[in-house]
Design a protein around this ligand. Structure first.
Ligand code: S3P
Length: 436
């Protein structure tokens, strides 16, 4: 088995015991960025040490933040720059991370120096115009220099910006956050209106760090008045519900399973996967541990022999956008049809996740249909093992390795290196269950 190829087989025993998946990716990026700007130092516990989030942390070090190692790689102290970051000595490598690049663009556009960000082949094809347009409307000087129009590398000539009121053309937490981060460094009030509720980690961290923000219209409108002062404050990152989702589905589809996922983020703007799986008939018990800040708790999933298809509602889509590939896998093991529409954003993720999910499901023998804005899966037929491509997409790789745990024979996923962008240790967790 080469480093980038992973193979699994149908397992005949359930997934048992407790599992702790790594820290939340979205929260980790934001903690690095806000902590790096803050006055003072703060302990970060359970940061996601994946390639994506480490790239953002290194970028913040390039701006002058210090990182003092703690007792484990995921625990460290950030010494902030007291709102005085300096120009990076080198171009900033964002690796595979759209979140890192888009969020940092908001910050860098409002700082008084030039910077340049670049990414890998996949990131260099992803749309950046969605953040460039509102930032330019604030007066930012950003040039997309990629071979593909509107794509990275991004050359940013930072300057004092003007506040803006911006209505997002799509439900994107990254675009919302890029504008809010620029707004917090800009004099005056910047307001973002979103068409649907998207993950609100930026808003929650604003509160954590004492950044005054106003949330209205049931969470659809957020205003921040800058320039703000950020005060460092210790933080613990919960386990990533998007990573936990792979094991929720694994436990639901593999007979004999009873798996407890520990300390998982339960933020209501991220937890629709739980409601949808329960609606499909999955046996899921949730024990909240903490309900303030970023809520988290334990999730126990048992084998669920009577899964049935469901329709994903339009306003659920932003809440489970990253879980759709693994949800489609669950749908393949459920009786009846599952339909996901209003999800065209999937086409501009690390891969075109509508096309890649449908292709891999079909290769395993599932009935799946592709729409411009989503997909339908008609479940209930047994899946067979296959050799599949991950299309260099971490979530496609992990979703189909989980499918392989309950497909006849062997399943091999090619090009799995990208799993490290969000879930270092996934292969070890997988082997723990394969070898149990
Ligand atoms: C993220 C927002 C989502 C999500 C991504 C992380 C974030 O992207 O898919 O993995 O941390 O804000 P969009 O904002 O593009 O929908």
């Amino acid at each position: 088995m080469s480093n980038s190829t992973l193979s699994v087989h149908k397992i005949l025993h359930g997934l048992q015991g407790n599992l702790t998946v790594p820290g939340d990716k979205s929260i980790s990026h934001r903690v690095a960025i806000l902590g790096a700007l803050a006055h003072g130092s703060m302990q970060v516990t359970n940061y996601l040490c994946s390639e994506d989030c480490l790239n953002t942390l290194r970028a913040m070090q390039q701006l002058g933040a210090q990182v003092i190692p703690g007792d484990a790689p995921q625990n460290f102290t950030i010494v902030g720059t007291a709102m005085q970051p300096h120009a990076p000595a080198h171009d900033i490598d964002c690796g595979n991370s759209g979140t890192g690049m888009r969020l940092m663009a908001g910050v860098l556009a409002a700082l008084p120096f030039a910077s340049r960000m670049y990414g890998d082949a996949s990131l260099s094809k992803r749309p950046m115009q969605r953040i460039i347009a509102p930032l330019q409307a604030m007066g930012a000087r950003i040039e997309a220099q990629g071979a593909k129009e509107g794509c990275a590398p991004l050359q940013i000539d930072g300057k004092r910006l003007s506040p803006i009121t911006y209505t997002l053309p799509m439900a994107s937490a990254q675009v919302k956050s890029a504008v809010l981060l620029a707004g917090m460094l800009t004099g005056g009030t910047t307001t973002v209106h979103q068409p649907a509720i998207t993950r609100d980690h930026t808003e929650r961290l604003f509160e954590h760090f004492g950044i005054p923000a106003t949330i209205s219209d049931n969470g659809l409108s957020i205003s921040v008045t800058g320039p703000v002062t950020i005060t460092a404050k210790n933080i613990t990152v919960p386990a990533d519900i998007s990573s936990a989702a792979f094991w929720m589905v694994a436990a639901a589809i593999v007979p004999g399973s009873k798996l407890c996922l520990r300390g998982v983020g339960l933020n209501p703007t991220r937890n629709a996967i739980l409601r949808v799986l329960q609606r499909m008939g999955a046996h899921i018990d949730i024990t909240p541990t903490c309900t303030v800040g970023e809520p988290y708790g334990d999730i126990t999933v048992r084998y669920s022999p009577h899964l049935k298809g469901t329709e994903i509602l339009a306003d659920e889509v932003p809440n489970l956008i990253d879980e759709i590939p693994i949800l489609a896998v669950a749908a393949a093991f459920a009786q009846g049809q599952t339909t996901i529409r209003n999800a065209a954003e999937l086409r501009v993720k690390e891969s075109d996740r509508i096309a890649t999910t449908v292709q891999n499901l079909r290769t395993m023998g599932a009935a799946a249909e592709e729409f411009e804005d989503g997909l339908a899966v008609c479940g209930g037929q047994p899946l067979h093992g296959a050799v599949l491509d991950s299309f260099d997409d971490h979530r496609i790789a992990m979703s189909f390795l989980i499918a392989g745990l309950q497909a006849e024979g062997h399943t091999t996923l090619l090009h799995c290196k990208n799993i490290n962008t969000s879930y270092p240790g996934f292969a070890e967790h997988l082997h723990r269950f394969l070898n149990a």
